[in-house]
Design a protein around this ligand. Structure first.
Ligand SMILES: *[C@@H]1O[C@H](CO)[C@@H](O)[C@H](O)[C@H]1NC(C)=O
Ligand SMILES: *[C@@H]1O[C@H](CO)[C@@H](O)[C@H](O)[C@H]1NC(C)=O
Ligand SMILES: *[C@@H]1O[C@H](CO)[C@@H](O)[C@H](O)[C@H]1NC(C)=O
Ligand SMILES: *[C@@H]1O[C@H](CO)[C@@H](O)[C@H](O)[C@H]1NC(C)=O
Length: 396
């Protein structure tokens, strides 16, 4: 009431305003006090009991049901650091620049392996007859492999030690990309491991990867301990918790994106420093978070959000299922090649299953071109089945 009195005193000194005639019978300060009290009462009620139906919301705010928060000025966007401004402008320009037309576009197959490649003979069948439309690069981090296919001879790049889950894994991926980028005809880049096999014939893979504008980089939000639980605030300000994403390491990437990865040191160094095993009691693995988070932040529409390399996590163990010789049947291959939805499961107690159709240029397509965790003993079965399973008719 004190403030109302002060206000009343103030109004007394104010010049007399014209009064509506019908109100004339009330003394003028009295009706103003009544009005102000009513409005205050109304506002206090609205604050204490925020409206929940949209009609009521509209009475309070034309911005819908955000209550009084929407009356406050919006929280200003974070001011970017000099490095972020520089980085974002470079990336934006690169994304705007259309890729140079190559007369002989090729796919670069990047093999990340400790040593031997047990499926070289299978890949040899896959590549045969398509010379000039692909190139092979091998990063053998431990032992120099003995080759069984002409396509792999002398294709090793200088390598370095790779420790599972550490940044050296991402470094090896970057090294493979850098070497493959030296050939201007390489337009799309596929990362594969020694346990990966092709699921389709070469033409199918080539058209699938070349006739679209996206990189097949796996990316989803996992609020659980194996997702956002690995985030650490030291990554601020560049990497915010809300942007932290997860995805399988096995990507395919268009040339533009590969170049952007070469140019990035800002975000890469954040992951190198703060996303590693044993970081303040958390086990963060850069190879599962750097690319998904980076592209989610900087080019979300440029990635498909699933990996075209299939793996079977259905056993819910620490490692995915490894296929043995007796598992490899025509039926298994048909099952994998006919999957048309990508599935992500969160690692929190809700174990939320997120199912998304695999949309290729907006159309439903089988999700997978490659599959992993095949043991070397499966080679003979795969060689035997290869011409049949890769020609399984294209679903939908
Ligand atoms: C790729 O993007 C360009 C320009 O954004 C567009 O003209 C072209 O049709 C797209 N190609 C495919 C296969 O979606
Ligand atoms: C991938 O997900 C992002 C959101 O995270 C979305 O903006 C983008 O359109 C998705 N990509 C495709 C190809 O649907
Ligand atoms: C293939 O899928 C069917 C139907 O989901 C399933 O019953 C069968 O066990 C699968 N076979 C193999 C070999 O994975
Ligand atoms: C592959 O398909 C052909 C023709 O359909 C069939 O004769 C042959 O037995 C199949 N081979 C295998 C290994 O399934």
């Amino acid at each position: 009431m004190k403030s109302a009195q002060a206000w009343r005193l103030g109004i007394k000194d104010a010049p007399i305003l014209p009064m509506p005639r019908q109100r004339g019978h009330l003394k003028k300060p009295t009706w103003i006090i009544v009005l102000v009290s009513l409005v205050s009462f109304f506002l206090i009620c609205a604050y204490v009991y925020p409206p929940h139906n949209s009609a009521a919301c509209y009475v309070f705010s034309s911005h819908g049901c955000k209550g009084f928060k929407s009356w406050l000025p919006p929280k200003p966007a974070r001011e970017l650091t000099d490095d972020e401004i520089a980085s974002r402008i470079v990336i934006r320009e690169m994304l705007k620049t259309p890729p140079a037309i190559s007369l002989n576009p090729k796919i670069a197959f990047l093999f990340l392996t400790p040593g031997a490649l047990p499926f070289e003979r299978l890949w040899d069948k896959f590549f045969q007859g398509h010379e000039g439309r692909f190139s092979v690069y091998v990063h053998a981090s431990k032992d120099k492999p003995v080759h069984f296919s002409r396509y792999f001879i002398n294709r090793e790049i200088r390598s370095d030690t790779v420790v599972w889950g550490k940044i050296s894994m991402v470094d090896a991926e970057r090294r493979l990309l850098a070497n493959a980028l030296k050939d201007p005809n390489n337009q799309h880049f596929v990362l594969l491991s020694d346990s990966c096999i092709p699921l389709r014939d070469f033409d199918y893979v080539y058209n699938y990867l070349m006739n679209t504008n996206v990189s097949f980089i796996d990316c989803f939000e996992d609020p659980g301990p194996h997702g956002t639980g690995r985030y650490i605030e030291y990554m601020l300000p560049e990497v915010e918790k809300k942007d932290f994403r997860k995805g399988a390491q096995w990507f395919t990437m268009k040339r533009q994106h590969a170049i952007i990865i070469m140019a990035d040191s800002l975000y890469y160094s954040k992951f190198r420093e703060y996303c590693k095993p044993g970081m303040e009691g958390r086990n963060c693995y850069s190879d599962e978070h750097y690319l998904p988070t980076f592209f989610y932040m900087l080019d979300p529409a440029g990635i498909a959000n699933w990996s075209v390399t299939h793996v079977d996590w259905s056993e819910m163990k620490w490692h995915p299922k490894s296929y043995r010789a007796q598992d490899v049947t025509f039926q298994l291959m048909r099952n994998i090649t006919s999957i048309i939805d990508s599935v992500h499961v969160t690692s929190d107690e809700r174990r939320e299953v997120k199912v998304r159709p695999c949309l290729w240029n907006g159309n439903h397509r089988p999700c997978y071109l490659f599959a992993r965790k095949f043991l070397p003993e499966t080679l003979d079965n795969l060689l035997h089945l290869f011409p049949n399973y890769t020609s399984i008719s294209v679903g939908r």
